[in-house]
Ligand binder design. Structure first.
Ligand SMILES: [Zn+2]
Ligand SMILES: [Zn+2]
Length: 308
């Protein structure tokens, strides 16, 4: 099974506290690292978890409120100081390039590595990034400024070699790669052995949706339908629903409604207002709607592959 998990580096909204950093998560898919948001203090949390920061090649920023990107310049600088030369790609619906450029210009810094900026469409869902294993799709959100969530989806995996069948049909070793690629095998006597008979079903593909700051928004449901693990912001408890509406945020109950309606397998909630010392208030409210909910506790790793 390919590793697919999410490490929570921060779960606070607005300002950091002594125990809660601002939003950031590290997504590990088969030892490829993707950083999701980069609130203040993110690089310290990465160090705490012994993450090799030069292995981060893609950073996804949901929006340009400070609690989601104020750690970025520090991280960019550390990567430079540690001798990075490989390209870094930053995805964001707002003009993050302008912010980084101003900093580099005024501090007269010249990075040893290139940064590529990709502007994310926060109006329509689109493919933001893909490689041979995954695709990342934007999730347009409704916040006070342009804001996007991101859906990480594993692509359909190839069928697996069936060693027993290879033995039965006496398939020579040099043919195995072709069979892995889906080809049939032609035996010496000319008999065609179908690929299906030589392989086993592929392993299931998993998905993770990161839904950052947003008001309650049902238009995201078709995009994230059936997602294995859903992170949804839950800034407020139900008693502050009015405040949530005014500030374009969600309550824990609303996050759970989205999880229920999108048939997510599991929900994790985060981006908590500092007014809640005890986060169980939010968890209990979410669970009344969607039982399989957990708090995105800072330092916890959530497995996506086994989230059922
Ligand atoms: Zn925020
Ligand atoms: Zn915000």
């Amino acid at each position: 099974m390919t590793k697919f998990n999410v490490l929570i580096l921060g779960n606070a909204s607005a300002s950091p506290t002594l125990t809660r950093n601002q939003t950031s998560q590290l997504i590990n898919i088969g030892e490829q690292y993707y950083l999701m948001d980069c609130g203040e203090g993110t690089q310290i949390r990465l160090r705490e978890h012994k993450v090799k920061i030069q292995r981060i090649n893609h950073i996804f920023i949901s929006h340009l409120h400070g609690d989601h990107y104020l750690g970025l310049i520090g991280l960019i600088q550390t990567m430079h100081l540690l001798g990075r030369t490989s390209e870094l790609t930053i995805y964001c619906p707002g003009d993050i390039k302008q912010i980084v450029d101003v900093h580099l210009k005024i501090s007269e810094s010249h990075l040893k590595y290139p940064i590529v900026y990709k502007t994310v469409n926060s109006e329509n869902s689109e493919l933001v990034y893909e490689n041979d294993k995954i695709e990342v799709i934007s999730i347009p959100l409704k916040h006070r400024i342009a804001c996007s969530g991101y859906l990480f989806k594993e692509k359909q995996k190839p069928r697996r070699i069936n060693p027993k069948a290879l033995k039965t049909f006496e398939v020579p070793k040099y043919q195995i790669n072709k069979i892995k690629l889906g080809e049939d095998y032609i035996a010496e006597n000319g008999e065609i052995i179908k690929n299906m008979r030589l392989t086993l079903d592929s392993l299931p593909s998993f998905s993770y949706a990161f839904c950052s700051d947003t008001k309650y928004l049902e238009s995201i449901i078709p995009i994230i339908k059936g997602v294995d693990l859903l992170y949804h912001e839950s800034t407020f408890a139900d008693e502050h629903a009015d405040r949530a509406r005014k500030t374009y945020h969600s309550t824990a109950k609303q996050a759970a409604e989205i999880a229920l309606k999108s048939e997510a397998k599991k929900l994790i909630i985060g981006h908590f207002s500092n007014r809640y010392a005890d986060l169980n208030v939010l968890l209990t409210e979410a669970k009344t709607v969607f039982e399989n909910t957990e708090i995105a506790t800072q330092g916890n790793t959530f497995e996506v592959s086994f989230s059922q």
